[in-house]
Write a protein that binds this ligand. Structure first.
Ligand code: MG
Length: 324
């Protein structure tokens, strides 16, 4: 039996994060705390992403209110699948009770296990970043750094011009990931993939909307650049569907919203999935739980998508201090 308490938080982005889903201003989440009889504490974080199919923050708060203040494993494993972010958070908190080890040093160690992919500003802003801050960038990132750039936010002709310019500005051995967030069409996806041929592009993420699965299978066969599914595989049920329908490419795993870690573990191991773990802009509490899973389940050495701290006005500690 554990004593259960929870702490909702709100956190402002320095500037709205622009993707094909629109502009995102505030990250809202909930920190969970489980305390056992001996006083050991386990922390978890609910960091919903409703436009990826998770519950909303309001639904998660309601769930937390409904759950008993004294909670056991049975209640935790009975959280329904329509609350994937909550399933992840409660199970993570549960497994961290015994470890009793949420700390900055622990997270640093985990982060150092992986190279980190750095999210670049969306659209044309990326070019001025590289022009004006080149010196700073060179000191901040090593030359084999992986970067990620959101595409599908303006007309393709303009974007392909920015893309060419960006490739010239990137450090010589840098790798680039492109993320369309489902914002391309069959025609523009083909143009993008043709433009990627022979370039150092690690993969193109979610070129088409989730209902265009068969076309993404075709794109995967047609070009040498790999395709990674993201929006299409946001939850465990969706991952299973895509495996059944023949997807053998990459899976972006947003651990914080995917659902039960125990079930994720089983799915990844059974099907030997090639995964790349990615953040949903959670605090270090959720990030640590997600990275622990990444360390266990990411089969091919790849940068993880957790290079996010500089996107917020306040750092993790400021957010967490307000909670305790
Ligand atoms: Mg993505």
């Amino acid at each position: 039996m554990y004593r259960f308490s929870f702490y909702p938080y709100r956190r402002q982005f320095c500037q709205p994060l622009r993707t094909h889903h629109g502009a995102w201003n505030t990250r809202e989440g909930i920190i969970l705390k489980l305390t056992d009889k001996a006083g050991n504490i386990g922390l978890g974080e609910i960091a919903p992403l409703p436009w990826f199919g998770s519950e909303t923050i309001e639904q998660a708060i309601k769930l937390c209110h409904q759950l008993p203040k004294q909670i056991d494993e049975t209640k935790i494993f009975a959280i329904p699948n329509r609350f994937p972010a909550s399933q992840f958070a409660f199970e993570s908190a549960l497994s961290s009770v015994t470890e009793n080890s949420h700390s900055k040093t622990r997270l640093k160690t985990l982060l150092n296990t992986f190279p980190n992919s750095q999210l670049l500003p969306t659209g044309k802003a990326v070019l001025s970043l590289f022009d004006f801050q080149k010196k700073e960038l060179e000191s901040r990132f090593d030359e084999k750094q992986t970067f990620k750039w959101k595409i599908g936010v303006t007309d393709i002709k303009t974007e392909l011009q920015w893309f060419d310019r960006l490739l010239q500005l990137l450090p010589p051995h840098a790798k680039l990931r492109l993320d369309a967030n489902g914002g391309l069409t069959w025609e523009t996806a083909n143009r993008w993939l043709a433009a990627c041929e022979g370039k150092s592009i690690e993969f193109l993420e979610q070129p088409l909307p989730i209902d265009r699965f068969d076309e993404m299978l075709k794109l995967q066969e047609r070009y040498t650049t790999s395709i990674a599914l993201d929006e299409s595989v946001a939850t465990l049920a969706q991952m299973e569907t895509c495996i059944d329908r023949g997807w053998r490419g990459l899976f972006v795993v947003k651990a914080s919203i995917v659902g039960s870690p125990a079930q994720l573990r089983q799915l990844c191991k059974t099907h030997h999935l090639d995964t790349v773990f990615s953040s949903v802009f959670e605090t270090r509490i959720g990030r640590e739980s997600a990275l622990k899973l990444a360390a266990e389940l990411q089969r091919v050495p790849r940068a993880v998508g957790f290079g996010i701290e500089h996107w917020f006005a306040e750092d993790d500690e400021t957010v967490l201090r307000q909670i305790w």
